[in-house]
Ligand binder design. Structure first.
Ligand code: PEP
Ligand code: MN
Length: 651
C-alpha cells in the first residue's frame, strides 16, 4: 500500500499516520519522490483504506498489490523526466516526456581515436549522448574485456569535445565510486540487473542510471531492481529493454516490444530500448529500433562503429555510420506519428565545436527558457503542443488571443519567440498568418515543426452524440473532420478562434448540447470528456508550425530539437512585373543553380486587386554561395522581395 502525504502535513499528523499503520500490523518505509513524501506499508495487517484516507495529512492512498512502490505509476502519475549531464555550462540531456532521446556509440571503447571518431559521427547524425563500455562483462573470459579506467578517460574527452554526456557500464560497487566523477550516467548491464549490492551502491551516488533488463528477468523483477535504485536515493532511473532469452535462436535475443507499453503503464520511469543487443544482427537493428519507437519507447541506445568489421566486440550488430544516419532520419519522420519529437543536438559551429548555448532553446538539451515563447489559444491548443515539442514542457509560455498578438509579443520583446501555424497537410495554407509576415517585416522564421493532428469530439461529462446540437471549432477543424461531420447534418457549426478556445468556451458554459472539435490535450486541460477520438478524415493529418523571432535579436532562439546543422530551407515572398515570362525567369534562376522548390503559392496583394504575391519555399544547397547568388539575382528580377528566414526543414 502507498500513502502519499499532503505537502502541508505536520510532523504530528505524520506520526499519527505511522502509529495507525503500525498498530494494524504493517511495516512501513518512508521516502521522498520529488516534492511528495510517501509512506509504503506492507504486511499481514488489515487496514480500512477509506478510514486511512480521511486521516489528517493523507493526500491519497493507493491500495496496490504490487511489490514495488517508488517506481509505480500509482505513486506518481506523471512521467519522470531524467536529466543527464547538467552542469554550469550545459543544461543536460533530457530523457522522457514528449521527446525521443538517442544514445549512440561503440560497444566498447577501443582507443582514443576510435571513440573520438565515433562521437563525431554519431553526433553529426543527431545522437545526443555517447555510449561505450570500458568494463565489458564478456561471456568468455578470453574475449576483449575493455580498457578500464583509461577507456573512461578517453570517453570523457570525447564527450567533452562533442558536447555529449556519456553513459557506460559499471560492474562492481568498488568501481562505481572510482567512475563516478568521470561519467554522466551509470549503466547497469543485463547480467548485473539483480546484483543487489551493486544496485544499492550505484543508487546512492546521485547519478542517473540506465538499468538494462536481465535476459531472463520478468517485468516485475526488472521493476524491483529499479526500486532498489530509487530506495537507495536516486530519482533518475531510465529502464532499458534489451531483449530477453526465448526459444528463438535466429536473433541474439528476442526484443520484448510489448514490455514497452506494459512498463510505461506500470511505472512513471522513462523506457529506452537497445535494439543492438536485442537483435544482434546489424541488418535487423533499424527495423527493431523503429518498432520500439512506434511502441512508445522514450529513446534508444544503439551500437555504432566507424568500421564494424574491425570492432573488438559486437561488430556484427554495430551499425555503419550511414545506417545510423538513415535510422535517425526515419525516427524523425516517425516521431510525429507517435506524438513526439526527436531530441536534437545544438548546431555545430564552423569549427565543429558546439555553438554557445542559445538563450532559449529549451527543447533541451537546453534548460528552461527565461523569456516566454508566445502562442495563440487556450490551454491545450495544438500550438501549445507544438511549443512544448520545440522548447520542452517546462518552457515558459505567453498565451495571446490572436495571431497578430504573437508577432506583437515577439517584436515588443515580451516573448523571445513565437509559434505560428502556417499550413495543414489537408486543408492547405493558413493565409491569415502568411500575410502577417509581410506586415511584420522585423520578424523572421527561424525554425519549423510538424505536428500530427488527431481531432476529438469533446464535451461535458454528461454530453453524448445524441445530446449535441452545436459543434464549435476553428474552421480548419471542421474542414479536417468533414467526413465525420457529414454524418450529422443536424448539427450547427460555430467557428472559434482556435480549437482549444472552442473547448474552453464549453468548459465555461457547462453546456451538454455543445461539443468542440480539438485535440485530447485541450479536453484534459479543461476537464472535459472525449466523446469520440480520431475523427479527422485522414489520419495523415499534420500541421506545420514555424518558429518566429526578431531579426535583430543577437541569438536567434532556435530550439536544438528543431534540427542540427546549417539551415537547409528558406522562405521567400515576392511579386513579379506584369510581363511575359516574369515568373518563369525567377524560377529559372533557382533551377539553373539546382535549388529545389518545395512550395509555390500565389496570394492576392491586399489593396491591389488582381495582383499577386508568390510565396516560395526553397531548399538551401550545400554550396551556400549558389544560394546567395540566386537570392541576389532574384532581388533584381522581382518586386517586393521579402526574405522570411532560413531554417532547418522538418521532415
Ligand atoms: C552493452 O550495452 O554494452 C551491454 C553489454 O549490454 P547488455 O548488458 O544489455 O548485454
Ligand atoms: Mn555490446
Amino acid at each position: 500500500m502507498i500513502v502519499v502525504l499532503s505537502k502541508s502535513v505536520s510532523s504530528h499528523d505524520k506520526e499519527m499516520i505511522r502509529i495507525y499503520l503500525r498498530d494494524r500490523g504493517l511495516s512501513i518505509r518512508e521516502h521522498f519522490l520529488g516534492d511528495d513524501a510517501i509512506i509504503g506499508a506492507s504486511g499481514k495487517g488489515v487496514v480500512d483504506i477509506r478510514e486511512l484516507g480521511l486521516l489528517p495529512g493523507v493526500e491519497r492512498v493507493a491500495a496496490t498489490s504490487k511489490p514495488y512502490e517508488l517506481v509505480s505509476r500509482e505513486t506518481k502519475a506523471e512521467d519522470t523526466i531524467v536529466t543527464v549531464g547538467a552542469g554550469p555550462s550545459f543544461p543536460g540531456v533530457k530523457i522522457g516526456g514528449s521527446r525521443i532521446t538517442v544514445i549512440a556509440g561503440p560497444c566498447a571503447v577501443e582507443s582514443k581515436e576510435q571513440i573520438m571518431e565515433t562521437a563525431a559521427l554519431v553526433r553529426e547524425s543527431g545522437a545526443v549522448m555517447l555510449r561505450g563500455g570500458a568494463y565489458k562483462p564478456r561471456t568468455s573470459p578470453y574475449a576483449f574485456q575493455g580498457l578500464g579506467m583509461q577507456g573512461l578517460e578517453f570517453m570523457k574527452a570525447a564527450g567533452e569535445a562533442y558536447g555529449m554526456p556519456i553513459v557506460t557500464e559499471v560492474v562492481s560497487p568498488e568501481l562505481a565510486l572510482q567512475m563516478k566523477d568521470l561519467i554522466d550516467m551509470f549503466q547497469i548491464g543485463a547480467r548485473n540487473m539483480q546484483n543487489f549490492e551493486l544496485l544499492k551502491k550505484v543508487g546512492s551516488l546521485g547519478k542517473p542510471v540506465l538499468l538494462k533488463r536481465g535476459p531472463s528477468a520478468t517485468i516485475e523483477e526488472w521493476l524491483l531492481s529499479a526500486e532498489y535504485l530509487l530506495a537507495a536515493g536516486t530519482r533518475d532511473v531510465v529502464l532499458c529493454e534489451r531483449g530477453i532469452r526465448t526459444f528463438e535462436t535466429y536473433t541474439r535475443n528476442t526484443l520484448d516490444i510489448s514490455a514497452i507499453p506494459v512498463v510505461k503503464g506500470l511505472s512513471h520511469l522513462p523506457v529506452m530500448v537497445d535494439p543492438s543487443h536485442a537483435v544482434g544482427i546489424r541488418a535487423k537493428v533499424s527495423s527493431a529500433a523503429l518498432a520500439a519507437i512506434a511502441a512508445g519507447a522514450d529513446g534508444l541506445t544503439v551500437e555504432v562503429h566507424p568500421r564494424p568489421d574491425e570492432a573488438l566486440s559486437d561488430g556484427p550488430q554495430s551499425l555503419y555510420p550511414e545506417q545510423f544516419e538513415r535510422l535517425m532520419r526515419d525516427i524523425e519522420a516517425l516521431a510525429p506519428v507517435v506524438g513526439k519529437e526527436l531530441l536534437r543536438t545544438p548546431r555545430l559551429g564552423a569549427a565543429g565545436a558546439p555553438r554557445p548555448k542559445p538563450q532559449v532553446g529549451t527543447g533541451s538539451p537546453e534548460g528552461p527558457a527565461e523569456l516566454p515563447v508566445a502562442f495563440c489559444g487556450e490551454n491545450g491548443a495544438f500550438a501549445e503542443q507544438a511549443l512544448m515539442r520545440a522548447f520542452g514542457e517546462e518552457a515558459p509560455r505567453l498565451q495571446v488571443k490572436s495571431f497578430p498578438g504573437i508577432f506583437d509579443a515577439v517584436l515588443e520583446g515580451s516573448a523571445v519567440a513565437g509559434v505560428v501555424p502556417v499550413e495543414n497537410s489537408q486543408t492547405g495554407s493558413i493565409h491569415e498568418n502568411y500575410d502577417l509576415f509581410l506586415r511584420y517585416s522585423d520578424v523572421a522564421i527561424v525554425g519549423e515543426l510538424k505536428l500530427r493532428i488527431v481531432h476529438c469530439l469533446i464535451g461535458d461529462e454528461r454530453a453524448s452524440l445524441d445530446s449535441i446540437t452545436i459543434v464549435r471549432s476553428h474552421p480548419q477543424g471542421f474542414g479536417q473532420c468533414k467526413e465525420f461531420l457529414d454524418k450529422y447534418p443536424q448539427w450547427t457549426l460555430e467557428p472559434a478562434t482556435t480549437t482549444a478556445d472552442a473547448v474552453a468556451s464549453i468548459a465555461r458554459e457547462g453546456a451538454v448540447k455543445v461539443a468542440a472539435i480539438a485535440g485530447e490535450a485541450a479536453a484534459l486541460a479543461h476537464g472535459l470528456k472525449v466523446i469520440k477520438a480520431g475523427i479527422e478524415t485522414n489520419p495523415l493529418n499534420y500541421t506545420r508550425f514555424v518558429i518566429i523571432s526578431r531579426r535583430d535579436g543577437d541569438s536567434a532562439p532556435v530550439p536544438p530539437s528543431l534540427g542540427s546543422g546549417a539551415p537547409n530551407k528558406a522562405s521567400l515572398v515576392f511579386s513579379v512585373p506584369d510581363e511575359p515570362g516574369a515568373l518563369f525567369g525567377c524560377l529559372k534562376i533557382l533551377s539553373d543553380r539546382g535549388i529545389n522548390l518545395s512550395k509555390l503559392e500565389s496570394r492576392p496583394i491586399q489593396g491591389k486587386p488582381w495582383e499577386y504575391l508568390f510565396y516560395v519555399d526553397v531548399s538551401i544547397p550545400d554550396t551556400v554561395e549558389d544560394f546567395e547568388a540566386a537570392i541576389g539575382e532574384l532581388k533584381t528580377k522581382t518586386r517586393d522581395f521579402h526574405y522570411l528566414g532560413a531554417y532547418r526543414a522538418s521532415l
